[in-house]
Design a protein around this ligand. Structure first.
Ligand code: AMP
Ligand code: ZN
Length: 136
């Protein structure tokens, strides 16, 4: 993709701090990290978001995330981490090339990952469950 910033990072046109790469994925330090050690893992082949991601490739990407998370924990000495992945502008995606955020969490840091909690009835939960389950 010509105007994709992460494609440019992947092909080397834009420099990045690479922590790992293989033929399929690249993992870099976020240039504007929310915390020290904030890593992004992305597929080398352009894919905008989770809805375009091949499920098998997504599995391999997550297996890699598990390994990188352990390496980060050992290297940086933290005990807590958020794993996040935004899809679409309403969900906060600003770069339209699939990427998984690995965000180390430190005591009293200023990262804020939270959402409201709706108080639904069992019937409302069941209605939503049926819609999704019927397609799977
Ligand atoms: P998202 O909002 O989930 O799309 O995340 C995009 C992430 O890309 C943000 O955390 C940015 O800080 C990060 N980012 C933007 N430009 C660069 C860059 N040139 N190198 C590394 N990370 C970047
Ligand atoms: Zn791209």
């Amino acid at each position: 993709m010509d105007n994709c910033i992460f494609c440019k990072i992947i092909n080397g046109d834009i420099p990045s701090a690479v922590v790992f790469e293989n033929d399929e994925f690249k993992a870099i330090l976020d240039r504007f990290p929310s915390n020290e050690g904030h890593v992004l893992i992305m597929p080398k082949e352009h894919c905008a978001n989770i809805f375009e991601m091949d499920p098998e490739k997504g599995g391999r990407l997550f297996a890699l995330a598990v390994k990188i998370a352990s390496a980060m924990k050992e290297a940086l000495g933290f005990e807590n981490m958020n794993v996040l992945q935004n899809n679409g502008p309403v969900a906060g995606q600003t770069v339209n090339h699939f990427h998984l955020h690995l965000i180390p969490r430190y005591e009293n840091d200023s990262v804020n990952v939270s959402w409201p909690q709706m108080d639904l009835t069992d019937e409302q939960i069941e209605e939503v469950r049926k819609k999704i389950a019927s397609i799977l």
